[in-house]
Design a protein around this ligand. Structure first.
Ligand SMILES: Cc1ncc(C[n+]2csc(CCOP(=O)(O)OP(=O)(O)O)c2C)c(N)n1
Ligand SMILES: [Mg+2]
Length: 325
């Protein structure tokens, strides 16, 4: 990457507050799950907040995002109100998918957030379809396709990348490399674990960046996306990150050591940015604590909304199942 753009104080403060919101949101979701307020699968994004905040700040409202199942915070970042994401988790009719999707299937046509997909890698061919639609309509927006490191070993992802590269579609394949699939270290499943290099097979531009630093993520994605709007072509960005919690809420994480987790937590995205804010005299310790209290209240309010919302009426069973001409 050539030049690094500088960030205004307001932008840095907003990055911090957004990341903190997502951290507190997921912690609250974790608690609600253990209290058995909802069931099914639940995958948290704790530790990976710098990725969605940095990415989102580089996007326009008319850009699309599509993702896997670890996507509560990605959906909020794309503009879906936090309370609608909470309500979706609880299976309530006020949820963004009217309570029919749950944790793995956040969706909003209005916000151009196209899921929430439970089939590992299943979002990649769909992203290529959206990229084709953008090209066909002559638009200048882009789609960001989030993938996990393990998803990169799915055959359909290779097919999708090949097609996107051949047709020069504006798709940013963004791999959140958190080093593990469900419980398997990437080095045990992948011959070349520098995943960005896969792009060479498709003559696709690529790079690898630190995903624990929101400023780094924003700078890189901004440059990639700005260029993609002018010269449409796919890009493979490998973002090195780490999940602090288990693969899903029910995973105790016995396949890795506590020391490893602690080592990554030393580079925590919130701690890193808090240090910058304090260093630049943009925030005091007292202000950081006050924001945290406000954000905790906002998240509780989102949960209250979900708690108090009704479950879908039985007639909903027959709606949105198929599109009738
Ligand atoms: C096609 C398919 N195969 C297997 C699974 C089971 N599965 C669910 S999540 C997962 C691991 C995916 O890991 P990764 O892509 O690294 O994403 P992360 O969970 O780390 O965000 C697997 C194998 C699935 N859902 N779909
Ligand atoms: Mg992974």
């Amino acid at each position: 990457m050539k030049k690094k753009q500088s960030h205004s104080p307001d932008q840095l403060l907003s990055f911090y507050k957004e990341m903190l919101t997502y951290r507190r949101f997921e912690e609250r979701v974790n608690l609600a799950y253990t209290q058995q307020k909802f069931s099914g699968f639940c995958h948290l994004h704790i530790g990976q907040e710098a990725v969605c905040v940095g990415v989102q700040a580089a996007l326009q409202a008319d850009d699309y995002v599509i993702a896997g199942y670890r996507s509560h915070t990605l959906a909020i970042a794309k503009g879906i109100p936090a309370r609608e994401v909470f309500a979706e988790l609880f299976g309530k009719v006020t949820g963004c998918s009217r309570g029919k999707g749950g944790s793995m299937h956040m969706f909003s046509k209005t916000h151009r957030f196209l899921g929430g997909h439970g089939i590992v890698g299943g979002q990649a061919p769909l992203a290529v379809g959206v990229g084709f639609a953008i090209q066909y309509r002559g638009e200048s927006n882009v789609i960001v396709c989030y993938l996990g490191d393990a998803a990169m070993n799915q055959g359909q992802v290779f097919e999708a990348m090949n097609m996107a590269a051949t047709w020069k579609l504006p798709v940013l394949f963004l791999v959140e490399n958190n080093r593990y699939g469900m419980g398997t270290d990437i080095r045990r499943t992948t011959s070349v674990d520098q995943l960005s290099k896969r792009a060479l097979a498709f003559d696709m531009a690529n790079s690898e960046i630190d995903g624990m630093n929101v400023i780094t993520v924003h700078n890189h994605v901004n440059e990639i996306v700005t260029n993609m709007r002018k010269h449409p072509a796919p890009y493979l960005l490998e973002v090195m990150t780490y999940r602090y919690k288990g693969h899903s809420v029910s995973d105790p994480g016995a396949y890795r050591t506590k020391e490893e987790v602690l080592e990554y937590q030393k580079q925590d995205p919130l701690l890193q940015l808090a240090a910058v804010l304090k260093d630049q005299k943009l925030a005091t310790e007292k202000e950081l604590i006050e924001w945290d209290e406000t954000i905790r209240e906002e998240v509780k309010e989102a949960e209250r909304f979900a708690d108090e919302s009704p479950i879908p009426d039985l007639s909903e069973l027959w709606k949105h199942v198929l599109v009738e001409e």
